[in-house]
Write a protein that binds this ligand. Sequence first.
Ligand SMILES: *Cc1c(COP(=O)(O)O)cnc(C)c1O
Length: 396
Amino acid sequence: MATYKRLPVAFERGEGAWLWDQTGRRYLDALAGIAVCGLGHAHPAVRDALCDQAGTLLHTSNLYQVPHQAELGARLCGAAGMERVFFGNSGAEANEAAIKLARLHAHKRGVQHPAILVMENAFHGRTLATLTATGNRKAQAGFEPLVQGFVRVPYNAIDAVETAAENRPTIVAVLVEPLQGEGGVIVPDEDYLQRLRLLCDHHDWLLMIDEIQTGMGRTGRLFAHQWSGVKPDVMTLAKGLANGVPIGACLASGAAAEVLGPGSHGSTFGGNPLACRAALSVLDTLENEHLPARAAVLGDRLIDGLRTRLNGVPAVVDIRGRGLMIGIELDRPCAELVPLALEQGLLINVTAGSVVRLLPPLIIDDEQATQIVEAVSELILTFLGADAPAADGSPS
Ligand SMILES: *Cc1c(COP(=O)(O)O)cnc(C)c1O
């Protein structure tokens, strides 16, 4: 079905941060399949894990022990300080698990009509419940009736959360992105998650952090919430977890870890040996090659470079991000930049209408980072019809 408006290019193979189309033309990938291929394309560690597992055992179902799933669960829990994991096959499924968990947790404690607090501008997926949690009317339009039991407040506004707590005693959980991705690479205040954690503790709510886009080293830590020092009750992962093999995970700690039991949730494919081997190879590589730390360094370099090159350009509203999750906000719609970049051999994305979003693989080298800065600045300047700013930053 025509659910995507596709660009007129098909890639045939990839290596690292490079992709080749069917005519043999090479492109620099500054999107990584929307924050999926953190290790780049055709990474040998992922390839070897997949080939080995494909020749051994693909799937047995969750009716039996799945040792690779148990190993991946233990590794993720160890890294996140969590206790249990449910595995599905996508981000939306990971968030569905979190939403069901929050509801069952509430019902077990006698709350009849539990509500989950979600944010304006949020993105949590396309299934009915996650679409309802998503704060984008355009994505929801036509799919009514939406799911009950969600309360929405502005992102990065603790006052609004406090007001909601007073008015809606049935709130049982908060579902929040540590940085909003689709919403326009929105970076909240330094203490936002800490203050949410305090409110969750005070009201006995679950803090459920959606790390589907921000997780797996993208922002410079394995999980973006680790910058804030808070610990969530529930955390969801997907995108970068297995470098392109479909997988989603919902992790939980404390009381939240004990909510879902036999029969309360499930997935045929979830956590199968193939996907789990891929994810284990991703975790090994992130660790061995210190990629989260590298993402932090590269991210600073990209942001500095972009700020220098675009300094003094009035139509550039903001350049922001954390690690290799970067947004350049313009004062006008700029979706046309995507096909223009493609013509130049560069893959980028535009989200929220006017934000150029860069999500390159974490394995890019220094030269590729420089190429991204140069190419993206050049494109934006050409698009805006602006000359390069004078060296002293004053308009030329
Ligand atoms: C992409 C994304 C999802 C949805 O993941 P799917 O695998 O497309 O279902 C959910 N939350 C966030 C923050 C995302 O970026």
